[in-house]
Design a protein around this ligand. Structure first.
Ligand code: BGC
Length: 557
């Protein structure tokens, strides 16, 4: 054995949505002190790292994805000194820390954007962003037909007549990545945090930074610009999917930026690593982000968007492993995050098919949460047995469902307003975690907190709290703990390869060496198990030695 593989090739990374993880100061919003107080929990869960959603100074128009100062922590969350303490304490627990970085856009309150507004049309200050004159008489029409991911046009006009580009909310002006100062500034921000000990970054909208220099209209018949839960894509059945030369998504020139970022990461000791949030047309296009001189890993959203369907999942797994393997990169697997409906609620619906062309995930009637939870347990064992790394979104280990009945007047996601109240947005997967007790705030905030949690927690969440699930062998939490424990210890798990076993169309079964088999039954009938010496872990009880529908099992062979 030569050098041990770097940690990020097989890491299980826990996503901390900071607003909703743990509130130490009782203002109803999670904070850094809250994360610090829960490090023992993360240690006992058995994760290798945490990815923390943006904690920078921000007016919170998109809950931190609108950054006003990349070198400051928002007072809502804490201070830079507390962030340093967190990094140090996490490291003492053997947990690495990966903050989010948001390079596609700043806040409209960022010093650069304020200076651009003050300096007026044609000024050098405006060149760091994407300002243009409008089209049509008096320049009254936007410069092109681009559309904001949150709904409405991607351009806003200023009183001085100029328009500026924002692929997200108007409070999130897009930076001009052709500008050398923009490039230099972000390399300096990376160094600022690397020298404070962070182990890497999750790169927000990594595929969006470079725009076509002429800002042409969207290609004909191309659906409006959408991303994430709203992304436009074709179904897995239609592969190979063709790559469209898009004026602002996934342009080849973006990789220059990441080659430079890689050089910055490599200036620092230890294995610092990047994970790209890149939505690409195909696994081939995704693989371009993770070359040896580029980023280390990228989220594999194809897995997340697959329906609960053996054929679809197998296609996604095979394509991902082949394309990423060809460039020497590990796969990453993800089932949920802060932008999509939580997976017990997705899997608990009849239409669990892959999200289809140009449509966000749209629920078809109420979720059957018993079914969804059963499948979520099986999906966890599938994900954690696959070669590569995995992401666990906070609360997924508790089996939290999407909160689909938040009162409309409490919805905060800009998607709700920007869509003209047709899309409720992403608040339902961002509800504060239940830690203990039978009533809200379920230990999320301390006793005697001055404010209620920023989103209301459902009445039944006491049963799902960490305290309620701890030591209950049938709970989702103990399933995750046991799976993560076995994953750490078993030499076959983590980085590596897999070999499929022939178990028919609706059962996924694969072998990993040495001596490990995972079987997932997506058929409506119980299925027999391959020969094995023992059952290591199963997502639910076996019935007469058979694996029931919507169950998964790990076997020693
Ligand atoms: C993040 C979203 C955010 C958007 C704009 C996304 O990719 O995951 O939560 O709203 O970027 O920064």
């Amino acid at each position: 054995m030569t050098r041990t593989a770097p940690w990020w090739r097989s890491a299980v990374i826990y996503q901390v949505y900071i607003r909703s993880f743990a509130d130490a100061n009782g203002d109803g919003v999670g904070d850094i002190a809250g994360i610090r107080s829960r490090l023992p929990y993360l240690k006992s869960l058995g994760v290798d790292a945490v990815w923390i959603n943006p904690w920078y100074k921000s007016p919170m128009a998109d809950h931190g994805y609108d950054v006003a100062d990349y070198r400051a922590i928002d007072p809502l969350f804490g201070t830079v000194a507390e962030a340093e303490q967190l990094i140090e304490e996490a490291h003492r627990h053997g947990i690495r820390v990966i903050p989010d970085i948001v390079p596609n856009h700043t806040s409209d309150q960022h010093a650069w954007f304020r200076a651009a507004l003050a300096a007026g049309p044609g000024s050098p200050e405006r060149e760091r962003y994407v300002f243009r004159s409008g089209r049509g008489p008096g320049g009254a029409e936007p410069p092109n037909d681009w559309v904001s991911c949150f709904g409405g046009p991607a351009w806003t006009r200023l009183p001085d007549g100029d328009w500026y580009l924002h692929l997200f909310a108007p409070q999130q002006p897009d930076l001009n990545w052709q500008h050398p100062e923009v490039r230099a500034e972000f390399e300096s921000i990376l160094r600022f945090w690397f020298s404070r000990g962070v182990d890497g970054f999750r790169i927000d909208v990594a595929h969006g930074l470079v725009k076509h220099p002429e800002l042409p209209d969207l290609p004909p018949r191309q659906e409006p610009a959408v991303l994430g839960p709203l992304i436009s894509r074709e179904s897995a059945g239609d592969r190979p999917r063709s790559h469209v030369d898009h004026p602002h998504w996934d342009r080849d020139e973006v990789h220059d930026i990441y080659r430079a970022w890689r050089r910055v990461a490599d200036e620092f000791p230890g294995d610092r690593s990047f994970v790209a949030e890149a939505w690409a047309d195909s696994p081939e296009r995704l693989a371009a982000y993770v070359r040896e001189d580029g980023l280390h890993t990228a989220f594999n959203f194809d897995f997340l968007m697959s329906g609960w369907d053996a054929k679809e999942l197998r296609t996604v797994i095979d394509d991902s492993l082949a394309m990423l393997g060809a460039v020497g990169a590990p796969a990453t697997w993800v089932l949920s995050n802060h932008d999509v409906m939580r997976h017990p609620s997705r899997y608990g619906r009849r239409a669990t098919k892959r999200w289809t062309a140009n449509e966000p995930y749209r629920p078809d009637g109420p979720a059957d949460l018993e079914l969804g939870t059963r499948r979520a347990r099986a999906a966890a064992l599938l994900m954690l047995a696959l070669p590569g790394g995995a992401y666990v979104y906070q609360g997924e280990e508790l089996g939290l469902p999407e909160v689909e009945d938040l009162p409309e007047d409490l919805l905060q996601d800009p998607v709700w307003e920007r869509s003209g109240h047709t899309d409720r947005g992403r608040d339902g997967c961002r509800v504060p975690l239940p830690w203990s007790g039978g009533t809200a705030p379920y230990g999320f905030s301390p006793d005697g907190a001055s404010a209620a949690p920023w989103l209301p927690q459902p009445e039944a969440w006491g049963e799902l709290s960490v305290a309620a699930q701890t030591a209950d062998p049938a709970s989702m939490l103990e399933l995750y703990r046991e799976a993560l424990r076995l994953r750490r210890e078993h030499p076959a798990l983590g980085d590596g390869t897999l070999a499929w076993l022939d178990t028919g169309e609706s059962v996924l079964a694969f072998r990993r060496d040495p001596g490990f088999v995972c079987v997932v039954n997506l058929s409506p009938e119980p299925c027999p198990l391959p020969a094995h010496t023992s059952v290591l872990l199963s997502s639910g009880p076996l019935a007469d030695g058979l694996l029931p529908p919507d169950h998964a099992v790990w076997l020693a062979v």
